[in-house]
Design a binder for this molecule. Structure first.
Ligand code: HEM
Length: 538
């Protein structure tokens, strides 16, 4: 900390320091007082009682008592590693972000996760996987917080608490189960047909990856990119594993979860330790930034839709290599805080309603999870650039700010230390006419087709992959207690593909329904929007 009021959160190397509790030759209290014994409490005589004045006993137990912090409300089970990203320079025509420039090396931290299970759950469960990357760029941190499935369950973030409540273990018994093996999940997805596409991926082999090293990653949303000339384009981010995409088969996954619940984290850590560094190529699908924000009829603001690579090939822009394991799980993997609002110049948000809600949610949850507003000062979250944020105080403040006037302009702290400038502006101004619009709670009509893409996904599978999907639906739906839920989900499947529906119905011992609700052309109305274009329950 210097007189220039730069907080010590800046210019960190990223490598965790063994400090605060692990320096010097001798054991001490947290206040640095030498200890001669940490194995016996202070007692009145050999047989006690223990004396209240034993500060070391009280401090040691007090600290232990407070070791746990809340696990993430979703993605609680995760594993992280450090690495480096090297830009190819091929993205420069659409994006001016410095870390994409040719040969620029950027340190990164990646955290992989499952969505639904608690922190102690097994790795190889059927679930979506998180793939979150923090790029410590020279322009500040860029967080790409994606999944291994290119589409999402819901179209609007206001439904995120609902889908997660439905997917987490039942509130009455709290029995941890595979993501989908219970009634609330199938109740939700069979009444919210926008979830059908994600559910198809979840029932496919993609949801039981063989290794984190053989998983794709997707930014899911459409982002807006800006190049050096100020021209904009819309784009989707993709991670392609160098080892290819490989999955487990269900029986393997079941056995692995029994034999080695830490299978994926062990695999990643062992690979890195042995020098078999996993790699992913970062790629972009780029689309013209048109006022309608659609491409080939696909609404780019609908996160339940992808754009087939045949229509928009993925263009490689750089390579990620994971080459260093964490020193300390808690300090790094548990305390890392990703946020979609951490964007560098050249990358901007879009109006995807799921994206917009996420911008609020992560910051908010981290206030609780990491106990206060200063979590960007935790070593794993520190940018590798200077920080000068004018924020002051708060729980766990580590900076010793100099000066008296954290506002600008000021005439007291030797001029104006808080420079802004056009180059520092992180967000681009987009020329969009701000016409008079009504405030509404509804989705665009273009969000209403819930079946075309699930059908496309089904048709793209090989016969063996299709068989796995059928078996997964049969197994998971077979765990539902409510017959009506199974029947309603079969109705959803009938709208995806007749054979899929018939096979699952046969497995469940139920009659296959006929198609009743081909892609609905829904005219949004306030009444309908309140149920989010849901399947009529009665
Ligand atoms: C955590 C991905 C949608 C709220 C995460 C993580 C990932 C992720 C990868 C784990 C980050 C880590 O490793 O620390 C996604 C993707 C989404 C999505 C790809 C959709 C495209 C949402 C929505 C919300 C939400 C719509 C809320 C409105 C959260 C919260 C956490 C989280 C609260 C925990 C964050 C923390 O405790 O640090 N998400 N998510 N997510 N997500 Fe999402």
């Amino acid at each position: 900390t210097g007189p220039e009021t730069v907080s010590p959160t800046g210019a960190d190397t990223g490598a965790p320091q063994l400090s605060n509790g692990q320096q010097g030759e001798y054991l001490t209290t947290s206040a640095g007082l030498r200890l001669y014994d940490t194995d016996h409490s202070l007692k009145a005589g050999e047989r006690g009682p223990t004396l209240l004045q034993d500060h070391h006993l009280r401090e040691k137990v007090m600290h232990f008592d407070h070791e746990r912090i809340p696990e993430r409300v979703v993605h609680a089970r995760g594993y992280g590693a450090h690495g480096v990203f090297v830009g190819y320079g091929t993205g420069a025509n659409v994006c001016r972000a410095g870390f994409l420039a040719n040969g620029v090396e950027t340190p990164v931290f990646v955290r992989f996760s499952t969505v639904v299970g608690s922190r102690g759950s097994a790795d190889a469960v059927r679930d979506t996987r998180g793939f979150a990357t923090k790029f410590y760029t020279q322009e500040g941190n860029f967080d790409l917080v994606g999944n291994n499935i290119p589409v999402f369950f819901i179209q609007d973030g206001i439904k995120f608490p609902d889908i997660i409540h439905a997917a987490k273990p039942h509130p009455d018994r709290e029995i941890p189960q595979a993501q989908s093996a219970h009634d609330t999940f199938w109740d939700f997805v069979s009444t919210h047909t926008e979830a059908t596409h994600h559910v198809m991926w979840n029932m496919s082999d993609r949801a039981i990856p063989r290794s984190y090293r053989t998983m794709e990653g997707f930014g899911v949303h459409t982002f807006r990119l800006v190049n050096a000339e100020g021209e904009t384009a819309l784009a989707k981010f993709h991670w392609k594993p160098k080892l290819g995409v490989h999955s487990l088969v269900w029986e393997e996954a079941q056995m692995i979860n029994g034999f080695d619940p830490d299978y994926h984290r062990r695999d990643l850590a062992d690979a890195i330790e042995s020098g078999a560094y996993p790699q992913w190529e970062l790629g972009l699908q780029v689309f013209p930034d048109t006022p309608r924000q659609t491409f080939e009829g696909i609404d780019l603001l609908d996160p339940t839709k992808f754009v087939p690579e045949e229509l928009a090939p993925v263009q490689p822009v750089g390579m990620l290599t994971l080459n260093r394991n964490t020193l300390n799980y808690f300090a790094e993997t548990e305390q890392v805080a990703f946020h979609l609002g951490n964007l560098v110049p050249g990358i901007d948000v879009t109006d995807d309603p799921l994206f917009q809600a996420r911008l609020f949610s992560y910051l908010d949850t981290q206030l609780t999870r990491l106990a206060g507003p200063n979590f960007n000062q935790i070593p794993i979250n520190r940018p590798h650039t200077a920080v000068n944020d004018m924020f002051r105080d708060g729980f766990h403040q580590h900076a010793v700010h100099a000066g008296v006037a954290p506002y600008r302009p000021n005439t007291l702290d030797g001029g104006n230390p808080f420079e802004t400038g056009p180059d520092a502006r992180p967000f681009v101004e987009v020329a969009q006419p701000l016409a008079k619009v009504a405030k509404v709670r509804q989705s665009p009509v273009s969000f209403a087709d819930h079946y075309t893409q699930p059908r496309l996904f089904w048709q793209s599978l090989s016969p063996v992959e299709k068989e796995h999907v059928v078996r997964a639906f049969t197994f998971e739906l077979g765990k539902c207690y409510e017959q009506a839920i199974k029947e309603r989900e079969l109705q959803v499947l009938a709208n995806v593909d007749t054979v899929l529906c018939q096979e699952v119905a046969r497995g469940l011992g139920l009659p296959a329904p006929t198609v009743t609700g081909r892609p609905k052309k829904v005219t949004p109305s306030p009444a309908l929007s309140q149920v989010g274009h849901s399947w009529p329950v009665d």
